[in-house]
Design a protein around this ligand. Structure first.
Ligand SMILES: Cc1cc2nc3c(=O)[nH]c(=O)nc-3n(C[C@H](O)[C@H](O)[C@H](O)COP(=O)(O)O)c2cc1C
Length: 392
């Protein structure tokens, strides 16, 4: 018979009732809008970091204060958006904007946004090597309770070397980061799901008498996200997560990418996975206005910061951004290398429909001035998406 931790320490025995009885869990498909039934899910990306997705001095009221970031999330929720995904950043990219350098930590940001909202899913983005799984799993569980099952965790293996080196060690080599990430996630998953106590003796972790309560609100665990697009990243996503975020260029490439990710999940791991993308949306009454606003972002771009991002992203730190680095430098200035959608409400709705048709089940995006533009999107684009059957 195994001796429980409590018995060994002479404490009261672990509750013998089944976990379902002592810790009622809810089906995350019912509480988390990321797994809900909207055909084309929508969200905002990076509203916790200065300049968001735009490396540019183009005019905007966007700023990093708690009141402003909270207001953006509330407005996004008010028009029916599904999710807020923050960017995990520890230092800026220099240039004249020190792009993304003024930013809120994402677990604590998510806890605050969860309390400030009622329906929208809220993610934290976590560089796994920077936080022990015990601390991360507990933080995730806490936010999941604050939000009553609306939490999602975006798992990042590490990426930008200068900020990872702030933690005192050189990054592991690309594929080994995923090996570490797998053990990290196995550890966190056990903390979320395992009743009683357990041990963890693996290559990177060595621990005994582990336990964690409460369990998350969502069963069997919070929604998981990963944005790896490399072969190793796709493998990790297919095996473990609910949503893979893709950095892509053409609709053709999107189709084959979605197919690769979904069939890998289905064939190798007997699971379903959603694929979504990200980018910048510039929507105005006329096409000309929208194009001019987009062009202003480029013309007033912080080429110093963009150059630094390109140097880092092209240095082998990531495999998924290489194509974007070479071919579409402008896209970094206006949308962090993501898919740009620029046009009238009709054109934006149509383009979102095209992405959906190509297999994308959602898009998280940046706006030049999020707080100002969200209500406009709600009034002008959302009704068209409903008409098109992409939203209800
Ligand atoms: C939507 C999206 C969000 C991401 N968020 C972050 C982030 O917040 N912090 C970060 O360092 N990397 C972020 N990344 C980078 C990826 O998670 C990943 O590390 C990168 O694509 C390299 O992985 P790969 O070479 O396996 O594709 C993001 C990527 C995408 C597409």
């Amino acid at each position: 018979m195994t001796v429980t931790a409590n018995e060994r320490l002479g404490l009261a025995p672990t509750d013998p009732r089944p976990i379902e009885e002592t810790h009622p869990l809810v089906d995350r498909r019912e509480t988390n809008p990321l797994l809900g039934d909207q055909k084309m899910k929508l969200g905002l990306f990076g509203t916790n970091c200065s300049y968001g997705l735009i490396m540019s001095h183009a005019p905007s009221n966007y700023k990093i204060t708690w009141e402003h970031t909270k207001e953006i999330a509330r407005r996004a929720e008010a028009i029916g958006f599904d999710v807020m995904v923050p960017v995990a950043r520890w230092k800026g990219f220099g240039g004249s904007t020190n792009f993304n350098g003024n930013c809120f930590e994402t677990y604590t940001w998510a806890a605050g946004i969860a309390e400030a909202t009622e329906r929208i899913a809220v993610a934290a983005t976590s560089h796994l090597p920077t936080v022990h799984p015990i601390v991360a799993a507990k933080s995730a569980t806490t936010i999941d309770h604050i939000s009553a099952g609306r939490f999602a965790l975006n798992l990042v293996m590490g990426w930008v070397p200068p900020e990872m080196e702030m933690f005192g060690a050189e990054q592991r080599e690309h594929d080994e980061r995923y090996e570490y990430g797998q053990e990290w996630l196995d550890f966190a998953t056990k903390l979320w799901t395992e009743p009683g106590t357990f041990t963890m003796h693996t290559k990177y972790f060595d621990a005994e008498l582990l336990e964690a309560y409460p369990k998350p609100h969502q069963a069997p665990r919070p929604v998981l996200i990963n944005a790896g697009n490399s072969p190793r990243g796709i493998e990790f996503s297919a095996r473990n997560v609910d949503v893979n975020f893709a950095s892509l260029d053409t609709l053709e490439n999107i189709k084959s990418y979605v197919n690769t990710v979904k069939s890998k999940a289905r064939d190798d791991y007997q699971r379903d996975i959603k694929v979504m993308t990200y980018g910048l949306v510039v929507c105005r009454d006329t096409e000309d206005e929208a194009k001019r606003a987009f062009q202003q972002v480029v013309d007033e771009g912080d080429w110093g910061a963009a150059g630094n991002v390109i140097k880092i992203a092209g240095s082998g730190a990531s495999q998924s951004f290489d194509h974007a680095v070479k071919e579409m430098q402008e896209r970094f200035i206006a949308g962090w290398g993501g898919y740009p959608i620029v046009g009238t409400p009709e054109q934006v709705a149509e383009e979102l429909g095209n992405l959906n048709e190509a297999g994308m089940e959602g898009m998280i995006f940046g706006l030049i001035d999020p707080a100002e533009e969200i209500p406009y999107f709600g009034e002008n684009v959302m009704p068209l998406l409903k008409q098109a059957g992409l939203r209800h």
